[in-house]
Unconditional design. Structure first.
Lengths: 138, 138
């Protein structure tokens, strides 16, 4: 599942360098590994797809820009907004859809092998990459 | 072990707000949880203590300032320097000692219950807090 994932680098990685090494939107890169978790970065703009990770929480840190995450919860739908330097965890089993009008750079923690579009999802638009994370080429 | 750890907040948390909510050095606060992992922030200045986590890797992101991590490896001792926006993972089983001359704010990702001074350590100086992470009070 994670055939092209990166290993743990032996030197520090500047997230700014990681982010300038690729252009693709909604296409996460694996920066490093922590036990069996990935640290991934992504550039995003526009809408991702409604999806759910049944078995894992998903951590977001906004490095630059602003990210909205729509959430379908028991009480209905709501949206949280993460500015630069904000963190949020989408609980397992919660349908969610990230979105960024202005664009954002984000960092994520999630178990290696976690698919970017979850275990179930709406129809995947062409601009969304269904991936377990690509290797970073610095 | 993690009796005073935070749960997963239902709203985004600004790391800057988390960092202004306490002053203690080398005394991590749990910002949120991802499955059975903690996301912790800490303010640091001066030297931590040589220690080792036998069973887990430890992830560092420097939010502000600069952090040196001395490492005892097979080939000898070396030190890596993380500026603002740099990430590094100390592999399990590697003795290490964080240090910051100018001071730094850092974010960490590690299994809940992980002790800040590891499973084995040199004598703990008074300025280092041996903790599994304190609850954040925002």
């Amino acid at each position: 599942m994670s055939e092209d994932n990166a290993q743990t680098p032996s030197e520090p990685v500047q997230l700014a360098d990681a982010l300038t090494s690729f252009d693709a939107l909604w296409s996460p890169r694996v920066v490093t590994r922590v036990n069996d978790y990935d640290v991934r970065v992504a550039k995003v703009q526009g809408e991702h797809v409604w999806h759910v990770h049944e078995d894992t929480d998903e951590f977001f840190l906004v490095l630059d820009g602003s990210l909205d995450i729509a959430l379908r919860e028991e009480g209905g739908e709501r949206s949280v907004t993460l500015g630069r330097g904000a963190v949020f965890v989408v609980p397992r089993g919660t349908w969610h859809r990230p979105r960024s009008a202005e664009g954002a750079s984000i960092m994520m923690f999630e178990p290696s092998g976690t698919l970017s579009v979850g275990d179930a999802h709406d129809e995947i638009p062409d601009h969304v990459d269904a991936t377990t994370g690509h290797t970073l080429s610095l």
